[in-house]
Write a protein that binds this ligand. Structure first.
Ligand code: GLN
Length: 190
């Protein structure tokens, strides 16, 4: 299994480390030629969605990655990565891939109280969750499976080949969410 990690900006190293620990081959996506190869999954890390969105266009990666996601490539977006996938962002006019049928709210916890760690269930398992100037999901289309709710707000979802978390599972020592993504990839090949 080979997973491409978008490495334009943000917390990508942590994803690479956790995947490598799980025995998965990864490669860095920094420019267009990096995606001229077969791969099984894509990670969109946390960082700044506006910066990543702009770089994706400038580096001419945007259209090809959007097509791959639309054609079923398993993708996992964390935090800013969730915003890149969101069909709508309530408090931002920008849209990016817009392939995931949710409406997200950017910096939803406010700037001061924006970072915290809590424990909550993801897909019925309790895990630690790190939130850093995180969005949450205001609305999810009926086809979207809700995997986590924290304080009444949706913070993890899945729609077919797309997984998104408002929190950063790569920043805690629990690899359950990454394993869930690997299982999505394995099942997509059956
Ligand atoms: N606040 C960032 C954004 O709007 C997301 C923060 C993060 O990825 N940790 O893109």
């Amino acid at each position: 299994m080979k997973i491409g990690v978008l490495c334009l900006q943000g917390a990508f190293i942590e994803h690479i480390n956790i995947l490598n620990r799980l025995g998965v081959t990864t490669f860095e996506i920094r420019q267009k030629k990096d995606i001229n190869q077969e791969f099984d999954g894509l990670i969109l890390p946390g960082g700044e969605s506006t910066v990543m969105g702009k770089l994706l266009k400038e580096l001419d990666l945007f259209d090809d990655l959007k097509t791959k996601i639309e054609n079923g490539l398993p993708v996992f977006g964390t935090c800013a990565g969730l915003l890149l996938l969101s069909k709508d962002i309530e408090n931002d006019d920008r849209k990016h891939f817009a392939t995931l049928n949710i409406t997200a709210k950017r910096n939803a916890y406010g700037r001061q109280l924006g970072s915290f760690i809590t424990k909550a269930t993801f897909n019925n398992k309790e895990i630690p969750m790190a939130f850093i100037r995180a969005p949450y999901i205001k609305e999810a289309n009926k086809d979207v499976e809700i995997l986590s709710i924290v304080d009444g707000n949706i913070v993890a979802v899945r729609e077919k080949n797309q997984l998104a978390t408002a929190f950063h599972p790569e920043l805690t020592d629990d690899d359950y969410v990454h394993k869930y993504f690997l299982e999505m990839i394995n099942n997509s090949k059956l």
